[in-house]
Ligand binder design. Structure first.
Ligand code: G3H
Ligand code: 13P
Ligand code: ZN
Length: 310
């Protein structure tokens, strides 16, 4: 099975009503933690790298480490995906480097420009056997003060979504229903527009739906960072119950980065605070890797429902 596109895992997710976790990678420890967790859960998994992650880790290193991950875990499907591809050139570079999936994020452009750019990437990727995720709607934090009309303009319009998928031929679609990136997603109560998700699913039932900005911002991990010298006040994410509902109501891919960052930072801070004499990186990177693995396993098993769906 090994390295695959997301096609079959998404087909299964839509048939059997679960979501596949897409976890951001930046280095070896994070990659190992994710694939080890997925293998223990016998779950499909998507590893995704942003263009800044590629710049940091370098594409050759990422692809060689991926080769090792796939070799160690031949029984689970693993996809390698470009997260938030900013332009055609970056998507092409990743296709050429062996990525099995790319995202072209044209959400910052107007509708027609987004269609044209996405179509250009789809044509190139498909001719190389690679699948494409596109985005429609604005994911920026939807603040309480923003008036209703402005809020509605940011959410994905289900009618436009149908037209967009038809015209671009994209394989999956990231939608805006109230999530946002990072550790500060909601000022007041968390709220997702499940009504919009439902309408989108009715209009494009065969298109896998993707949720970005979907970290829980796990309170225990925030507390851990803060307890050992961090300063991340008022952080708030999407509660697990809402992600569980999304995973079981038609969302096929759920993106997680912030929770992994919190786990890594929390674990490292704890070791360095409790053992100030430590200067061997393995002494703090080992617990960091363990905590990321635990975090990924919890999501797969208790929230996304992809255990034993490999
Ligand atoms: O949605 C963005 C991801 O969290 C990646 O962030 O560009 O800092 O790697 P990054
Ligand atoms: P979070 O910041 O909520 O983890 O979202 C990550 C993401 O959407 C990556 O594309
Ligand atoms: Zn994202």
């Amino acid at each position: 099975m090994a390295l695959v596109t997301t096609k079959d895992m998404f087909a299964k997710s839509m048939n059997e009503n679960f979501a596949v976790g897409a976890f951001n990678i930046n280095n070896m420890e994070i990659m190992q933690a994710i694939v080890d967790a997925a293998a223990e859960e016998n779950s499909p998994v998507i590893l995704q790298a942003s263009s800044s992650a590629i710049k940091y880790a370098r594409v050759n290193y990422l692809m060689k480490m991926l080769e090792a991950a796939v070799e160690e875990h031949p029984n689970i499907p693993i996809a390698i995906h470009l997260d938030h591809g900013p332009d055609f050139e970056t998507c092409k570079m990743c296709v050429d480097a062996g990525f099995t999936s790319v995202m072209i994020d044209g959400s910052k452009y107007d509708f027609e420009e987004n269609v044209a750019l996405t179509k250009q990437v789809v044509d190139y990727a498909h001719s190389h056997g690679v699948v494409v995720e596109a985005e429609l709607g604005k994911l920026a934090g939807i603040e309480d003060e923003v008036n209703v009309d402005a809020k509605d303009a940011m959410y994905t319009d289900p009618i436009q979504a149908e037209d967009f998928v038809k015209r671009t031929g994209c394989d999956s679609l990231a939608i805006a229903i109230g999530t946002s990136h990072g550790a500060y997603k909601f000022k007041g109560e968390a709220k997702l527009r499940f009504d919009i998700l439902k309408e989108i699913k009715q209009r494009i039932p065969n298109t896998p739906i993707v949720l970005h900005g979907a970290s829980t911002v796990i309170p225990e991990l925030v507390d851990m960072c803060n307890k050992y010298g961090g300063n991340i006040p008022g952080a708030k994410g999407v509660p697990d119950e809402m992600l569980y509902e999304a995973s079981h109501s038609g969302v096929s891919k759920i993106n997680v980065d912030t929770d992994l960052r919190l786990a890594m930072t929390g674990a490292i801070r704890k070791v360095l605070a409790e053992e100030p004499n430590v200067f061997d990186p393995r002494k703090y990177l080992t617990p960091a890797r363990d905590l990321i693995k635990q975090t990924v396993q919890h999501k797969i098993r208790d929230v996304f429902g992809s255990t034993n769906k490999a």
